[in-house]
Write a protein that binds this ligand. Structure first.
Ligand SMILES: C[S@@+](CC[C@H](N)C(=O)[O-])C[C@H]1O[C@@H](n2cnc3c(N)ncnc32)[C@H](O)[C@@H]1O
Length: 213
């Protein structure tokens, strides 16, 4: 997404340390302790304005949610909305997903959501796609055995690439859907990109991939 960078956001965002975890590396292996319960922990990578994960958190109070976003101008708005909505089981990380292994220990997570991840269409930037095998190998480590990655996108080429990457790395897939709007899960919660693109009549693709560990 195209974002206008604003001077001073870095200084402002760190003031929201009630919802923003400022030193996530310190939490490695301690996320349950941090949440103070044994509920499952679900992570969304690239949350954007967080419409999806806020919807999930409101619906499922017995799940701990973590939403990760690298752009502070986006994240600060998401945090403010979360506060306005009084959501208590969702925390945020201002962090780049390419270092996930620094903040989550082996088997620490119960699910990962990837929603409308940037497609990086050029071959030379394929390694930045969040479903590139390098990322899948990180997810495999930090997810529990048989836990799932749930992925949605409007981008057919990224979806095809992702099917191949999951398959190549030994992940079984299920509930593959080429038209979430008409044939997706009944309890589907839309992301902000999904609302926009499905409103334009575009098909939304979805899959669930099972950790081969
Ligand atoms: C296309 S937007 C989609 C936002 C939202 N998930 C949705 O579906 O509406 C992708 C978001 O992922 C974030 N993102 C992309 N790569 C990331 C990475 N490596 N680490 C953290 N955030 C990332 C971007 O900054 C952007 O906000």
């Amino acid at each position: 997404m195209r974002i206008r960078r604003k001077k001073g956001t870095k200084e402002k965002i760190v003031l929201h340390d009630d919802l923003l975890v400022l030193e996530p590396e310190q939490m490695l292996g301690k996320w349950h302790e941090f949440f103070g319960n044994d509920y499952p922990i679900y992570l969304e990578v690239g949350t954007g304005f967080g419409q999806f994960i806020r919807g999930q958190a409101k619906k499922n109070p017995k799940i701990n949610y973590i939403a990760l976003e690298k752009i502070e101008e986006v994240l600060i708005k998401t945090i403010m909305t979360t506060k306005e909505e009084g959501i208590t089981n969702l925390r945020f990380l201002w962090f780049n997903a390419n270092q996930l292994e620094l903040i989550f220990a082996e088997n620490e997570l119960d699910k990962i959501y990837l929603n409308f991840s940037d497609p990086w269409p050029k071959n030379k930037t394929a390694k930045r796609r969040l479903t590139h095998s390098n990322f899948l190998n990180k997810y495999q480590e930090i997810l529990k055995p048989r836990a799932k990655v749930e992925f949605k996108t409007d981008n057919q080429l990224l979806f095809e690439f992702s099917l191949n990457e999951f398959s190549k790395e030994g992940w079984k897939m299920e509930n593959i859907c080429l038209d979430v709007g008409n044939r997706g899960p009944e309890d589907n919660i839309q992301t902000e990109y999904e609302t926009k693109f499905s409103g334009l009549g575009m098909p939304i693709y979805r899959l669930e991939a099972i950790n081969p560990k």
